[in-house]
Ligand binder design. Sequence first.
Ligand code: XIL
Length: 340
Amino acid sequence: MITLLLFLSCSPEPFSSCDPSTQVLQDEFPFPVGVAANPLALETNPPYQEIINTQFNSITPENIFKPVYLQPEEGRFDWTEADKLVDYCEVNGKRLHAHTLIWYQQLPYWMENFQGSPEAWEQMMKSHIQTVVRHFKGKVTSWDVVNEAFEDDGSLRENIWLQHIGESYIEKAFRFAHEADSTVLLFYNDYSIAGKRKKRNAILAFLNEIRAKGVRVDGIGMQMHIGYNYPGNAAISKAITNIWENDFLLHLSELDISINPGGRDMPEPDSARLARQAEKYAFVFNTYQEVPADFQHGITIWGVSDAQSWIPSFFGRDDYPLLFNEDFLPKPAFCNLLIQ
Ligand code: XIL
């Protein structure tokens, strides 16, 4: 039944040749094709689970590996939900890319209000990183160690870590993670890496500098929360090349493509923009295919269906940024990827 619906909803032309029961995303591309997932939805929502089971071979926890969930009170770690996702990945043969250790959002209250000297802050950060990394050792392939540490102008973001530890917090976070698991791949992850050249240059310069000091940084996650018309294709290509040419693995880590970046009233998706969204998704996948295989960590889509995308609630606007619509039916963007 699902198959039939998937097929029918892909008409009319030019996106009609789409039968997800015989053609699935994970088989279409030689690199991992991932999705951000939540264990609760996986347990309770059959169409959501069906799509993840069949279409994707890599999972990023959308929220459940963030500090507010893993260490809700100081020294008390809660693995219950996170471990469900680990089990799901083990049983279903999915790669698990873990997200995220050090960020300025989704922190528990106690962490945000922690009192202590710079040394005490460093110890608190170390303890969070190492307890978490050790718990998931052998179960996850890779970690987003530091998330969103830079502003768009290339300066370091004023966050609690910078305020209390100083700019060395970034290299320390990578060192602590590596001490806890010397085989897991370590990523720096951020947004607007394609759109903001100054930001990209600052991130590359900073990471190259800490690497030169012997800090292990394996790769960069370009989040790719982009729009149907921005950034331009040339900027996206350039950013992609720029990263692997600097010898970093490249993860397009949180791809979604807004069709309403201006936030106008759009109670139904605009079909002309859905077509442009489909072209943009195809452009991103095609451009990523040109990255040398050794640098391809994969592309991860930030959610399954438009109904669960973070964008409408987070930014307070109507939007339809993902590959499946609110009824879990494939959109032109999905079918278009299958015929690339
Ligand atoms: C978002 C989740 O998708 C939402 O469910 C949550 O309410 C807020 O965080 N950059 C990131 C992700 O690195 O962790 C964010 O995820 C989206 C922006």
